[in-house]
Design a protein around this ligand. Structure first.
Ligand SMILES: Nc1ncnc2c1ncn2[C@@H]1O[C@H](COP(=O)(O)OP(=O)(O)OP(=O)(O)O)[C@@H](O)[C@H]1O
Ligand SMILES: [Mg+2]
Length: 268
C-alpha cells in the first residue's frame, strides 16, 4: 500500500520566530531522521510512503514581509522590495533546511513555489504540480516552502505552506497531513492539548484558536486549523495531526506512519 503524506516543518518549530533568522538546525536534522525512520518502517512492512515535505517561513519570511509591509503585495512606498526580501530570505532558509535534512539522511528536492504558483487577489489559484508529480513517481521527496508568489492583481502575494498544501491536496489527495509546530498540539484555554478536533467539538474549539504569538503574516494556529479542516471537508486530505517533538522524536515517525496519539488529530 502507498500512503500519500504531506509533512510541514513549521516555522515556529524550526526557527525562533521572535528573533530574525534564527534557524534551529538540530530540530530539522532530528525531524529528518524520524521521517527517514518512518519511510524505513513502512518499507519493512511492504508499504510505501509518498511524501511531500514543506517548511514554514518562521523568522525568515515573516520578518522580511513585515519589514516591507508586503502583505498586500506591491507597496506604495516600498514597491517590490518585499518580494526581493522574502524570496531572498526564503531561498537562503531553504538551503539551510536542505543541508540539515541531509545530515538527517533525508534528501528532499526543492520545487520553488514562486516558479510554479499563480495567485490573484492574495489567493492561490493554481500550482503547477507536474515536477512534483515527476519526483513522486521516482520515489523522491519534493520540498515546498512558504513563499512570495506572482499575483495578477497585487504583483505578488504571500503564500503560506498551508495555502500551497491546499492546492496540492486538490491534486494529490493526501491520506494524512502532519504539521510540526512549537506547541504540543492545539491548546485549549487552560493550555492543555486538545486530542481531537472534529465536527462535534469544532465550535467549542474555535474559541481557543488564535494568531501567532510572534511576528507573523499568515494567521498562526487559527488559520492553520481552518485551512486543514477545509482541506479535510473537501476530501483533499483524510486527516491531519498537529504536534511537536521535544523529548519524544518518535512521535513524529509514528504520526507520519498514521499511528501514535501525540498532539491534536483533526478529522471530519
Ligand atoms: N490554541 C492554540 N494552540 C496552539 N497555538 C496557538 C493557539 N492559538 C494561537 N497559537 C499560536 O500559534 C502559533 C503557531 O502558529 P505559527 O503560524 O506561528 O506556526 P507555524 O505555522 O509553525 O510557523 P510558520 O507560519 O512560520 O510556518 C503558536 O506558536 C501560538 O503562538
Ligand atoms: Mg504559520
Amino acid at each position: 500500500m502507498v500512503s500519500k503524506v504531506f509533512i510541514k516543518l513549521g516555522g515556529s518549530f524550526i526557527t525562533d520566530k521572535a528573533v530574525p533568522e534564527t534557524l534551529n538546525g538540530e530540530r530539522i536534522t532530528a525531524a529528518a531522521r524520524m521521517i527517514r525512520a518512518a519511510i524505513e518502517a513502512a518499507a519493512a512492512q511492504g508499504d510505501a510512503l509518498s511524501i511531500i515535505l514543506g517548511h514554514g517561513a518562521g523568522s525568515f519570511g515573516h520578518i522580511a514581509a513585515l519589514k516591507f509591509s508586503a502583505v498586500q503585495g506591491v507597496h506604495p512606498e516600498f514597491g517590490w522590495q518585499g518580494l526581493y526580501a522574502i524570496r531572498e530570505a526564503m531561498t537562503r532558509m531553504n538551503l539551510l533546511v536542505l543541508q540539515r535534512c541531509k545530515e538527517g539522511g533525508l534528501y528532499p528536492v526543492t520545487v520553488s513555489p514562486f516558479a510554479v504558483t499563480q495567485a490573484k487577489g492574495g489567493k492561490v489559484l493554481r500550482l503547477d504540480a507536474e515536477n512534483i508529480q515527476q519526483l513522486l513517481l521516482s520515489e523522491q521527496i519534493p520540498l515546498v516552502h512558504g513563499d512570495a508568489v506572482p499575483d495578477t492583481e497585487r504583483g505578488f502575494t504571500i503564500a503560506s505552506t498551508e495555502a500551497l498544501l491546499a492546492a496540492l491536496g486538490d491534486r494529490f489527495r493526501f491520506d494524512r497531513v502532519v504539521m510540526v509546530s512549537d506547541t504540543p498540539g492545539v491548546l485549549d484555554q487552560n493550555g492543555r492539548t486538545i486530542p481531537l478536533i472534529d465536527r462535534r467539538n469544532l465550535d467549542q474549539m474555535a474559541a481557543c484558536l488564535g494568531a501567532s504569538g510572534a511576528p507573523d503574516v499568515t494567521g498562526g494556529m487559527r488559520k492553520k486549523v481552518e485551512n486543514l479542516l477545509a482541506l479535510i471537508r473537501r476530501g483533499a486530505a483524510n486527516e491531519a495531526r498537529i504536534l511537536t517533538f521535544s523529548d519524544r522524536p518518535e512521535d513524529l515517525r509514528d504520526a507520519v506512519l498514521g499511528a501514535g496519539e501525540a498532539g491534536t488529530l483533526l478529522r471530519l
